[in-house]
Design a protein around this ligand. Structure first.
Ligand code: ATP
Ligand code: MG
Length: 415
């Protein structure tokens, strides 16, 4: 029996219209066109969608050019990859030519050849990601399900298409865990055995590809669950052997994701939590494997450097100005990683106060007001402003008049 998928309830009429026209244009060019991969899964599940992957058994660029003309949409082409993107407002339609892939060796990027729908679906990672929807007018929105993806979607199972899948591409191990946790599914029993058998294949994955997988994990709603599961399956230690910590990282990431500090980039915070328990040498190993951006690498290094000096904050009577001085050189993710991971209640009180209050404290007097009081811009003025901030933090002064008075006293002291 052929199933037809209703897409109208999930996407606006103009978008449905573009898909319909694409199918008609392809048919006129004598080719079949399909929606393929994860988008079919998400249409069936009723999840949010913004990118449509389309696959044509013909020239994708040629079709995209016609589609952009007819629907008055924006076109970008990538001749080298024989792909094209048509964009209408926030909606992207990525067109590719059907292809088959072969792997010269595990972990290598695949060799790509033009192919048919069948072999284009066969190269995919999981059955739930290997379905297609016909866009050809005669079979419009009929489901093509060669591997039982529809049934697995109903049962909530993540299943590979063949026994060598994780050997061909071990990043699928991370992808499988990601879908399992995102969708609240289960990795199917046989697939789980293959996954466990093939965990060592993760060593064939370059650091750049591994970093990309981690970035995808960190963009998910439930990165803590994915990290927890990856640890349980022996997958996390493949990033670095030091990552065997009985759920520590998953727990900290779980707490981190509930933070709602403006300007705090959670994926960067997760990277600093990753670094937190490493020593300097291990952290350098991790950085040279994953090759994060220079600023993320800096955050990772500073996280362990702050951790090693956190004892200085472990004093209940530490004046706020001194806590400020110890922390003002560090960025927000560094401080928050130490806040989440640190074990001293007292130090945490200072970290929290720094983030929520101290870092915003400034004297009322500015460079301009000091100039009017006869202080020339330069090192002396800078020092006065710093001392005023400290006095504010320690509540030695609480008003502008107090500050003016204090500056006068300092200057009298000097002369
Ligand atoms: P997401 O919702 O995370 O974007 P997705 O299923 O759309 O999930 P993409 O990474 O956008 O995943 O890839 C689109 C499709 O390409 C997948 O659904 C899958 O069919 C195929 N695919 C992507 N990466 C791989 C891979 N490493 N091995 C096999 N097939 C893959
Ligand atoms: Mg996608």
């Amino acid at each position: 029996m052929t199933e037809t998928v209703n897409i109208e309830t999930k996407i606006p009429p103009k978008v449905v219209n573009i898909l319909q026209i694409a199918g008609e244009l392809a048919a006129k060019q004598g080719h079949n066109l399909y929606l393929v991969g994860g988008v079919v899964r998400d249409l069936i599940l009723g999840s949010n969608i913004s990118d449509f992957d389309l696959m044509v058994e013909g020239d994708a660029i040629h079709l995209a050019q016609r589609l952009a003309e007819v629907t008055q949409t924006e076109l970008t082409t990538h001749a080298r990859f024989k792909t094209a993107r048509v964009t209408w407002t926030k909606w992207n339609f990525d067109l590719a030519t059907a292809r088959s892939e072969t792997y010269d060796r595990p972990g290598a990027l695949p060799k790509v050849k033009p192919g048919s729908l069948e072999n284009d679906l066969f190269r995919r990672d999981f059955t739930i990601n290997a379905m297609a929807l016909e866009l050809n007018p005669q079979r419009y929105l009929q489901l093509v399900d060669l591997y039982g993806g529809r049934e697995d979607l109903g049962k909530g199972l993540v299943r590979v298409l063949h026994e060598r899948s994780f050997i061909d591409d071990a990043t699928r191990i991370w992808r499988g865990i990601r879908y399992e946790q995102r969708l609240n599914f289960q990795i199917e029993e046989e697939t789980l055995k293959l996954l466990q058998r093939d965990v060592p294949m993760l060593d064939t994955i370059s650091g750049d590809r591994m970093r990309h997988e981690l970035e995808l994990v960190f963009e998910e709603e439930c990165p803590h669950k994915i990290i927890g599961r990856a640890e349980e399956l022996g997958v996390l230690i493949k990033i670095h052997p030091a990552f065997k910590d009985g759920g520590w990282l998953a727990d900290k990431i779980g707490r981190a994701r509930n933070l709602t500090l403006p300007n705090l980039k959670l994926p960067v915070l997760y990277m600093s939590l990753l670094a937190y328990r490493l020593n300097i040498q291990e952290c350098e190993e991790l950085i040279s494997y994953l090759r994060p951006t220079r600023s993320t690498a800096r955050v990772m290094r500073e996280t362990i450097s702050l951790a090693s000096t956190l004892g200085n904050l472990d004093k209940a009577d530490l004046p706020p100005s001194q806590a400020y001085n110890l922390l003002c050189g560090y960025s927000l993710p560094v401080i928050m990683a130490n806040y989440l991971a640190g074990e001293s209640y007292v130090a945490n009180r200072h970290l929290y106060a720094y983030v929520t209050r101290y870092r915003f404290v400034k004297p009322s007097l500015t460079g301009n007001t000091l100039k009017k009081m006869g202080i020339a811009p330069g090192p002396e003025m800078k020092e006065i402003l710093e001392r005023l901030r400290a006095a504010r933090l320690d509540r030695i002064v609480t008003s502008r008049t107090d500050e003016e008075e204090l500056v006068r006293q300092w200057r009298e002291g000097i002369s």
